[in-house]
Design a binder for this molecule. Sequence first.
Ligand code: AMP
Length: 189
Amino acid sequence: MNIILFGPPGAGKGTQSQQLKEKYGLTYLSTGDILREEMAAETEIGKKVKDIISKGGLVSDEIVVSIIKGRVGANLKSAGFLFDGFPRTVKQAEMLDEIMKGFSLKINAVLSLEVPEDILIARMLERGKTSGRADDNIDSIRHRFVEYKEKTAPVLDYYKKQGNLIGINGVGEISEIFNNLCKEIDNIR
Ligand code: AMP
C-alpha cells in the first residue's frame, strides 16, 4: 500500500505521517526531512539547496526525484511507502509513476489535507518559534504559498484524473484528523 499525504505548507502532513507510518508499518519518505538532513550534514546536495529552501522556493525536480528513486529502490521489502511533501510538481508526479512502475508498484491513494490559508500561516508562524526552520518566517512562508499555488496545486488535478484523490478536512483535533485519514486508508486496503 503506497500513499501520498498531500497538502499545502503547514497542513499537518509531518504530524499525521508520524502516526500513520507507525500504525501501518510504512516506509516514510519526506523530501523536506531528507533535504534538511542533507543541509545539516553539509553534503553537496545540502549546499546546493540551502538558499532555495530558506527562501521558500522549490528544489529542482531532478534532485528530489533522484532522492526518491534511491530510497524506494533501497526499501523494496517494505510493506509500503508514505510520501510526504512529494510530489510537488506535475513533473515529479509523472516521474514518480514511472519510478513506481519500474519496481512493479503503484500509488494507491492520495490523501489531501484541506486547510484555509489564514490558518496555515498562523500555524507556521507558531511553529517557527520552536522549529528552528529557516523557512518558517513570514517572507519565506509567503513565497512557499506562491510556489504551492503555481506549481504544486496542479498536482491535485493530476491525481483527480487518475481517480486517486481523497480530500480530508485538515482543521480540527490532531486525533480526529488522524481517525479520518485511517478510515480512508482502511477503505482502500
Ligand atoms: P517541507 O518540509 O515538505 O515543508 O519542505 C521544506 C522545503 O524543502 C520546501 O519548501 C522546498 O524548498 C523543499 N522541498 C521539499 N520537498 C520538495 C519537493 N518535492 N520538490 C521541491 N522542493 C522540495
